[in-house]
Design a protein around this ligand. Sequence first.
Ligand code: NAG
Ligand code: ZN
Length: 481
Amino acid sequence: MKYSLVASLILQGSLVLGTRDLQPVHFKAPSALHFRDIVRNDTYDFGCRPIAHPTEDGQFTLHALLTESQIAHLTEEYEDTDLSIHRPSEKRAAAATAPIGSGDRFSGGTIAPIGLGTKASGSTISSILNVKEISSAVQGLVSTYGVTTLNLPYKTFNGATQFAAYVGAGTDKSQYHLYLSAGVHARERGGPDNLIYWISDLLAASKAGSGLTYGKKTYTNAQVKSVLAAGIVFFPLVNPDGVTYDQSSGSLWRKNRNTKSGSSGDSIGVDINRNFDFLWNFKKYFDPSEAPASTSPSSETFYGTAAASEPETKNHVSIYDSFPKIRWFMDIHSAAGDILYSWGDDDDQTTSTTMNFLNSAYDGKRGPVGDSAYKEYIPSVDLTNIKTAATAAVNAMKAVGGRSYITQQAVGLYPTSGASDDYSFSRFWAKSGVNKVYGYTMEFGYSTNFYPTLTEFNQNILDTNAGFMDWALAAISVGLT
Ligand SMILES: *[C@@H]1O[C@H](CO)[C@@H](O)[C@H](O)[C@H]1NC(C)=O
Ligand SMILES: [Zn+2]
C-alpha cells in the first residue's frame, strides 16, 4: 500500500513536470541592452533564440516562456525599473489552438498534399500534420510527381529513420542549390507543413502550367519553373522524436528526446540547434559573461555531449555532403516574425580577415555585441548578397497582407553557438573544398506563439510560402553557383 502511494505521488510529480506550466510573456524596455542580464540566465526560455524587437512606440520587446514562480521572481527584481513584464491579452490566452490531424489524410502516400497557393483564395487547411502524415505527404509527392527521397544515415534516439527529399533538377545531386529544413524545435508547430505545402504548390503549378497566389502576392508559372530548376533539397522533420512527444503531450517540448544526459522531465533532450559544429564548445570560445547555449541538461538550450553528438544534427550535415553544391540554406522556425542572417555569434565586420571564428587568439572574447574585442568576419560581398535575399523574402511576406516581418542579423544583441544557420555559412572556412552556403533562419508567426490558432496556422503557410518564393528568386538572381 505504502509503496503504491509513493509510486502514485512520484507519477503525479512527473506529470506536473511533463506538462510544464509555461506562460508566454514579453518584457518591454527602452533599449535591448536592458534585457542582457535576463538573457544571460540559461534557466529562462526565450524560444528559438533571444531576439529583441523594436516596437512602434520606440521601445524594445523580448519574448519568453516562464513559470509562474519565474514571473514572480522577475516582477519583484525589476520593480521600480523601466523594464516591465507583460502577459498576452485574455483573448489571446484563451484562443483555441489548431488541432493536430488524426489518421492519415494522404492514405499511406497515395494522395498528394495540395498547398494554399494553388487552391481558391480563402481556402484553408483544417489541421496540422501529424508525424505519420509528414512522411505520408512526402510519399504522396513521390507517387504523384516523382519527387525523390533519400534515407539519412543515422537513426534518432527513439529509432526513427529520417529522410530528406529532392526535386526539380533531375538525378545529378550536384545540380541542387537550395536546401530547406523544418521541425528542429518540436513545439514550433506548422514548420513542416509550411515547407511541404510550398513544395506541393510548386509541383502542382508546374504541372498545370499555372502560377501561385498567396494572399496579395502572386507568382507566374515561369517563376515557379525557375525556382524548381534551382534544385530544392528539403528535410521536413529534423526532430521526429521531439515532435511525436510534443504532439502527444502538448507540453511545448523543444529538444530531442535523448536521455543520455538526463532521464526525467526537462533534463531529457538536446537542443539540436545548439549542437552544430560551430563554436560548439562555447565555454572555450565565448566571453564568460555570455550564455550562447547551456551545459545544463535541463536547459532548453542544452548543447549536448559533443559537437554534432546528435543523430539529427549528423543527418542534417550529411545533406551538405550528399548535395555538394548547395548554396542557400533556410532553417524554418517560429515564432518571432523575422528572418535572421549571418552571423549569430557576434557583430559582423567586413575589414579584418584574421578576426574570425577559427582564430584561437580570440577565444574567450566572442559574444558581447557593441564592443571592439571581437566581431565576426564576413566578406562585404557576402553580406550584401545575404541581405538582398533576406530583404526580398521579408518584403514578400509583408506583401501577402497578413502581418509584418523584419530582417535582422542573427546575433541581435545576444549571441548563439552551435546553430544550423551559422554552421552552414562556416563550413566554407572550416572545411577545405566545400561550397560556400548562405544560411538563414526564418521565424514565422507571432512571438512565442508556438501553437498557432487555425487562422494563424493558415496565415503562416501563406506568409512563409511567399517568403520562400522570393528568397529562392533572389537566390537565383544573386547566383546559385
Ligand atoms: C537565474 O534565474 C533564477 C530564477 O529563475 C535565479 O534563481 C538564479 O539565481 C539566476 N541565476 C543567475 C546567475 O542570475
Ligand atoms: Zn526554433
